[in-house]
Design a protein around this ligand. Structure first.
Ligand code: NAD
Length: 365
């Protein structure tokens, strides 16, 4: 029986990297019946929303999805479809492994980190009050009446909320991941010295949860210092667990340690559903140019195959990607020594090279 998997191609460079990934997964020999469904700005004229109910229904039915990036307008317009998807499906853990492959250009040789980002709470909860609106002015008054400072009348407000239950499950997820994959240490990242009731709570709960995992080391770090430590000595870290916003930012920093957004995969996981997607966004300036690196999304496909229990196919795909990168011939511009290297190939040719590697390993077995 083939797996039935929802495939959301995404927009910008999404359709190109999605197609490359679909072909590579099929080349592993794992049978998949793809349910291809569009979301984002392009479906608004037809459905009146960037996230129509049938997209969610498809993922609920199939339980597993892989998606290309979706553009979110900055400042105004609709809220992030990516954030809404995570909320609707309770995908509370964002897992972003950052492994440096041989042949990728990076200042570091020895990076093998896992970023576990909380996906539901924090400043991403969507509790916002626009500048000057009556409710915002009332809120400003209420804050003052409750003993808070008199904030400026022309302030916009975003609420940061971090709960005990939300923190418990993400920190447990990080420890369970560490145990399962034989990792040594979990570092909880926070700014508890300043935000005592949100990040302070995160730290306190993380410490409590850590007591239940005496076989895994635990430490904590303040986020600004963590950024410096990661840049100076990333080899000291193993599993990082972070609230939503720091997790978002530190994921990109860690992607930078392993060669850039082109090679960074990810998964959004809950207790019932899983949605796999690269760390990168829709890179609009490269849309339709068959130019960007499909590796981030393909490695997300590797994570998906592991999730499905198809470990051999996952290893075969990962090896093929690693071999093509190490050889450095059929790779996209971002993996060449110079960005304007004329020998760089496009998304689909890099995918072809990976697929022919997979076929070679299948034949020689
Ligand atoms: P981005 O990740 O799309 O691109 C930033 C830069 O990174 C690109 O200009 C490019 O130089 C490089 N890059 C990204 N992907 C690459 C790849 N596969 N290969 C080679 N280089 C690559 O970030 P952005 O420009 O800040 O965001 C663009 C849009 O994507 C925004 O609307 C944002 O909201 C959205 N976004 C979506 C997701 C998602 O769908 N999960 C994630 C992040 C951003």
């Amino acid at each position: 029986m083939p797996y039935r998997i929802t495939l959301i191609p995404g927009d910008g460079v999404g359709p190109e990297v999605s197609e490359a990934t679909r072909r590579a997964i099929e080349a592993t020999g794992v049978a998949v019946d793809w349910e291809v469904i569009n979301a984002g700005a392009e479906v608004i004229p037809q459905y009146g929303t960037p996230l129509p109910e049938h997209v969610l229904e498809s993922i609920r039915r199939n339980r597993v999805a892989i998606k290309g990036p979706l553009t979110t307008p900055v400042g105004t317009g609709f809220r992030s479809v990516n954030v809404a998807l995570r909320k609707e499906l309770d995908l509370y853990a964002c897992l972003r492994p950052c492994h440096k492959y041989r042949g990728v250009r990076s200042r570091y040789d020895d990076v093998d980190l896992v970023v576990v980002r909380e996906n539901m709470e924090d400043l991403y909860a969507g509790v916002e009050f626009a500048k000057g609106e009556p409710n915002t002015l009332r809120l400003l008054d209420t804050i003052h009446q409750l003993g808070g400072p008199r904030l400026p009348d022309d302030a916009g407000i975003s609420i940061k909320s971090i709960s005990v239950t939300g923190t418990q499950r993400i920190v447990r997820f990080a420890f369970e991941h560490a145990r399962k994959y034989h990792r040594q240490k979990v570092t909880a990242v926070h700014k508890a010295n300043i935000m005592k009731f949100s990040d302070g709570l995160f730290l306190e709960v993380a410490r409590e949860v850590a007591r239940g995992y005496p076989d895994v080391q635990f430490e904590d770090a303040i986020v600004d210092n963590m950024c410096m430590q990661l840049v100076q000595k990333p080899e000291l870290y193993d599993v990082l667990v972070l609230p939503n916003l720091y997790g978002d930012i530190v994921s990109d920093l860690c992607a930078g340690l392993i060669g850039g957004l082109g090679v960074a995969p990810g998964a959004n996981l809950g207790d019932q559903y899983a949605v796999f997607e690269a760390t990168h966004g829709s890179a609009p300036k490269y849309a339709g140019q068959n130019k960007v690196n499909p590796t981030g999304m393909m490695l997300s496909g590797v994570m998906m195959l592991h999730y499905l229990g198809e470990h051999e196919a996952a290893d075969r795909l990962e090896r093929a990607i690693a071999d093509v990168i190490a050889e450095g011939k059929f790779v996209t511009y971002d993996l060449k020594p110079r960005r304007d290297d004329p020998t760089a190939v496009g998304t689909s040719l890099m995918a072809d090279a990976i697929i022919s590697r997979i076929r070679q390993t299948v034949q020689t077995q």
